[in-house]
Design a protein around this ligand. Structure first.
Ligand SMILES: Cc1cc2nc3c(=O)[nH]c(=O)nc-3n(C[C@H](O)[C@H](O)[C@H](O)COP(=O)(O)O)c2cc1C
Length: 213
């Protein structure tokens, strides 16, 4: 059975979130195209703790040498990494908060990006240990960041590209809902562009690559 991991991180949980709306649309489109089970991880409705003192201590001890207590400190991290490892495709709903990602999503990353578990240090820099797989990042922002001056303060897409690449996820496809604060025609055009992207031939080809490997 193939699996789609669906992650949401918008604080808006009452139906007004664009990243939630369109990340769900991407998940449903993937499921229509390729089938599969959906595993949902809502980082706001079920918030993760920040990594703890015990977590940091345990992550520097090799798996064979860990005490039962140290293994327990990494249990949540192992569950989250396991969800990622068993997914054929990943869909992440990510609003822009202060030019970057929400802290809810950062907490998830702190649990899953672990030296000697999901990446290793090499003389050439970090090398990811996870199998690459199609990863859709559905962003939503009040302003415009894909071109012009906005590109200089978009720390969201370069950051996610770097940190997901660090663990081996390079096959990223961004679906960007931009300018929601502008409203009117600009927002209407942005929403149309996103709908067209999700319906596009290139989206279908990308989705089908999830099951080609
Ligand atoms: C805490 C917070 C910080 C925000 N920071 C930015 C920002 O830096 N740039 C921007 O364009 N929009 C910003 N916004 C607007 C959101 O990106 C926008 O409302 C987006 O649609 C939120 O995603 P959602 O609809 O999925 O909740 C911010 C909103 C909040 C709540």
């Amino acid at each position: 059975m193939t699996k789609i991991l669906h992650i949401d991180s918008s604080s808006q949980t009452c139906g007004t979130s664009y990243s939630r709306k369109f990340s769900l649309q991407v998940v449903q489109r993937l499921q229509d195209l390729t089938g599969g089970e959906i595993v949902s991880r809502d980082l706001v409705r079920s918030a993760l703790p920040h990594v703890s003192d015990a977590f940091v201590e345990a992550m520097f001890v090799s798996a064979e040498d860990r005490t039962a207590e140290q293994s327990l400190a990494l249990a949540l991290s192992e569950t989250l990494i396991g969800e990622l490892e068993s997914a054929d495709a990943v869909v992440i709903g990510c609003p822009m908060y202060n030019y970057s990602i929400p802290s809810a999503l950062k907490a998830w990353l702190d649990h899953i990006v672990r030296a000697r578990r999901t990446f290793v240090h090499t003389p050439e820099g970090p090398r990811g240990l996870l199998r690459d797989r199609p990863t859709y990042i559905v962003t939503s922002s009040g302003g415009l960041y894909r071109e012009g001056l906005g590109t200089k303060v978009d720390f969201l897409s370069p950051y996610l590209t770097a940190v997901l690449g660090k663990i081996g996820l390079h096959d990223l496809r961004f679906v960007q809902v931009e300018g929601v604060a502008l409203g009117g025609e600009a927002l209407g055009a942005a929403l149309e562009r996103v709908e067209a992207d999700i319906a596009s031939v290139s989206f279908v080809a990308h989705a089908q690559s999830a099951y080609a490997n």
